[in-house]
Ligand binder design. Structure first.
Ligand SMILES: *Cc1c(COP(=O)(O)O)cnc(C)c1O
Length: 470
């Protein structure tokens, strides 16, 4: 399998060549040259596998430059009950007739990002050791991504993480979750500023090419292909659990922000997994819902990006969306380049015509939107009627799934976080705080390791240099 860019760079690259990179050199995103096809016989064979071995089979179709025995060992180490709390890894539970919830949030940070990030940590450590190289991961976070990255990279040889967060602006739980990591290779930098200041600093540091090269600066953002392909696995695992020996198609409802999660569903469907529909759920930041309803993709400015009670879906543009549009355009990379380069930069968006949009339906895509009031009502109703407590992001998915589900359709709603992470909204919905998993009790009282810095590019560079003697 070789990878090419959505913007036309057709140089074929192997998996491990793109693993440690972000964007392709032409600014595009990497896609496999084609999607491997999975037939009925293969599906039957895979049904009996453990999650780790299923992950190995699927990843093997995309990774041919890591010896099979090594890749299998990595999968077994990552997708284990020690990391995810059970051998099932992604347990499916019934909510009501025709609607299931697939638990993707049983990893160390209680959000689905662990599913991919834990694998990424293992792959990075493996590949860096093989090359005899080191990597300094630099990122900015206002919540889930930063902690998932830190928990995946802690203690990994060859890797250090420098994670910028806006001082005092994350929830007390999120701050405690990140700052209580005291591993020597994890550096929490609380920046005196807002999230945008953090992001600007990351861009400035990564934009200094001499510094970037000297200090081997890398990232773990959601456009990394390895993260996406890791997420393909749980669509298969969900389908196996919902169909129990049959081969009926099922649909997935996906709380969406940067379009990474549902893009993995698209890849699974393109591989031949019997997925009926992919139901994209957004919150008030409805860039994606607007696109699927109108064909218009209109990026929002900061003033138009709302702070909501499902904060991990508060996006102004969907960074993984370019992959999907490239497929919609039947891999017309010149056109993809024009849309995501000049048009996005100068006009803040683009509109696709009816012929192209008809392909969204062929790909199974539909969308809906959920608001703060919908989230509260859904959390309360699901709690009172079913005794099942769901987090605000999952509630967006359940709400839209219920709105769009057809009679006889089986829908799996993806649980993208646990309620314990969002106590404030849960209290607002049901009047009491969610229970905490035992491992996270007393989190706020643990010792912390965090350096407070002014919003200064030079100070951040100096700190990295001090920890990375060239
Ligand atoms: C990141 C995240 C999302 C959005 O996922 P995308 O892949 O960005 O679409 C939804 N819910 C939670 C809890 C998240 O952390």
């Amino acid at each position: 399998m070789r990878y090419v860019s959505t913007r036309g760079d057709a140089t074929p690259r192997a998996f491990c060549e793109i693993l440690l990179e972000g964007l392709a050199p032409d600014g595009g995103l990497y896609l496999p040259q084609r999607y491997p096809q999975v037939d009925q016989a293969t599906l039957s064979r895979w049904r009996a596998l453990s999650y780790a071995d299923l992950a190995f089979e699927i990843l093997s179709l995309y990774i041919d430059d890591i010896p099979a025995a090594d890749l299998r060992a990595l999968c077994r180490k990552v997708y284990s009950s020690e990391v995810f709390g059970s051998e099932v890894i992604v347990p499916l539970r019934p909510l009501e007739a025709g609607l299931w919830i697939e638990g993707l949030s049983n990893g160390p940070t209680l959000a689905f990002k662990d599913m991919a990030m834990q694998l990424l940590g293992a792959l990075f450590e493996y590949e860096l050791a093989r090359r005899g190289e080191r990597l300094n991961i630099l990122g900015a976070t206002s919540g889930d991504t930063g902690s998932a990255a830190e928990y995946a990279m802690r203690g990994k040889r060859g890797v250090q993480v420098f994670m910028l967060s806006p001082q005092g602006r994350m929830s007390p739980f999120q701050q405690a979750q990140m700052y209580s990591l005291v591993d020597a290779n994890i550096h929490n930098l609380a920046i005196e500023g807002v999230f945008d200041d953090c992001q600007d600093i990351v861009k400035a540091v990564a934009g200094d090419l001499a510094f970037k090269r000297a200090h081997r600066i890398g990232s773990v953002n959601s456009i990394n292909w390895a993260r996406l392909v890791a997420q393909v696995v749980y669509y298969f695992a969900g389908w196996f659990q919902a169909t129990r020996g049959g081969d009926a198609p099922v649909s997935f409802a996906v709380p969406s922000g940067n379009f990474g999660n549902v893009c993995a569903g698209h890849v699974a469907r393109m591989m031949g997994l019997p997925i009926d529909r992919l139901i994209v759920a957004t919150n008030e930041n409805d860039v994606l819902d607007e696109f699927f309803k109108s064909g218009r993709y209109r990026v929002r400015g900061a003033a138009e990006t709302h702070e909501t009670s499902s904060p991990s879906m508060d996006i102004s543009k969907a960074s993984n969306f370019e992959r999907f549009v490239c497929d919609l355009l039947q891999r017309d990379t010149a056109r993809t380049r024009a849309l995501f380069g000049p048009l996005l930069a100068h006009e803040g968006g683009f509109t696709l015509d009816a012929t192209v949009m008809a392909r969204c339906a062929q790909f199974g895509f539909v969308s809906g939107r959920s608001t703060h009031a919908d989230r509260l009502a859904t959390i309360r109703e699901v709690w009172q009627r079913h005794g099942d407590l769901i987090d605000p992001h999952t509630a967006d998915g359940v709400k839209v799934a219920r709105d769009l589900r057809r009679p006889d359709e089986t829908v799996i709603a993806l649980e993208t976080a646990l309620p314990a992470k969002f106590a404030e909204t849960i209290v607002e919905a049901i009047g009491t705080a969610p229970a905490r998993p035992a491992a996270l009790q007393g989190l706020e009282e643990r010792p912390r390791r965090v350096t407070v810095l002014p919003a200064s590019v030079e100070r951040v560079k100096a700190l990295i240099a001090a920890h990375d003697p060239a």
